[in-house]
Design a protein around this ligand. Structure first.
Ligand code: PRP
Ligand code: URA
Length: 238
């Protein structure tokens, strides 16, 4: 690919198709079907600390973990349950349990920083891994690893990654999961750019997107503004 074609492609990828409205996209998108912004005050407080450039690796890990745990209640709210008999110390009764097993799929690397927090709530969840790295020049996703439970298609799948920027990594991961037969899937991130939501929604409109914030836009390098910088680097100290 020539440099010029590459630049054009990046510009096209970064272009957000604005809606015919004077409001910025981040005010409109929450009303779109399948986009859920979790604006709980405790989560927002932790997210502000996470964004702060003076937050060190140790605090960043803790905050990412805590936010992922708190988000999980909201993200799993509509999962189906089945009735199950249970004997209390007093008598027989009927309880409810999740209808299907759960598979958690972090997109490596940064998604790993959310996995323990989610597992604290969904302690029986199995873990799949997808290694996807965004090429810094083309902004296109490069895949380098994939390992999923063999029966992943029978499960509720939660795909996790703190950042939805151009949407390339998430679209790649969802394409891959669908090829494995996954039908019940949610995408969970912390910070989303309007461009990424637009791209993901266009390719996979039925996949719900859960985030804590929709930021203003991408910059010319494909970073979310104001964002929180490079999530993987801040998480792993690289
Ligand atoms: C980051 C982030 C997402 C991706 C988002 O990962 O964790 O996976 O970028 O960007 P996109 O929406 O434009 O695809 P990165 O590729 O930097 O890899 P890392 O987690 O190993 O640092
Ligand atoms: N990946 C990140 O880690 N941060 C961004 O702002 C965009 C992509």
């Amino acid at each position: 690919m020539s440099c010029r074609t590459g630049q054009t492609r990046i510009r096209k990828r970064l272009k957000y198709h604005r809606m015919p409205c004077f409001l910025p996209a981040r005010f409109i998108i929450p009303f779109m079907l399948n986009v859920h912004v979790i604006d709980h005050p405790v989560i927002q407080t932790k997210l502000s600390e996470l964004r702060d450039q003076s937050t060190d690796t140790r605090a960043f890990r803790l905050l990412l973990d805590e936010i992922a745990m708190l988000m999980t209640y909201e993200v799993t709210r509509d999962w189906p349950t089945v009735k199950r008999g249970v004997r209390t110390p007093m008598e027989e009764t009927t309880g409810e349990v999740l209808a299907r097993p759960v598979t958690l799929v972090p997109i490596l690397r940064a998604g790993l920083g959310m996995a323990d927090g989610v597992k604290r709530i969904l302690s029986d969840a199995r873990l799949g891994h997808l290694g996807v790295s965004r090429n810094e020049k083309t902004l296109l996703p490069d895949s380098y690893y994939a390992k999923l439970p063999p029966d992943v298609k029978e499960t509720e799948v939660l795909l996790i990654d703190p950042m939805l920027a151009t949407g390339g990594s998430a679209v790649y991961a969802i394409d891959f999961l669908k090829k494995q037969g996954v039908t019940s899937l949610k995408f969970m991130c912390l910070v989303a750019a309007p461009e990424g939501i637009d791209t993901l929604h266009a390719k996979h409109p039925e996949v719900p997107i859960y985030c804590c914030a929709i930021d203003r836009q991408l910059d010319e390098r494909g970073y979310i503004m104001p964002g929180l910088g490079d999530a993987g680097d801040r998480l792993f100290g690289t």
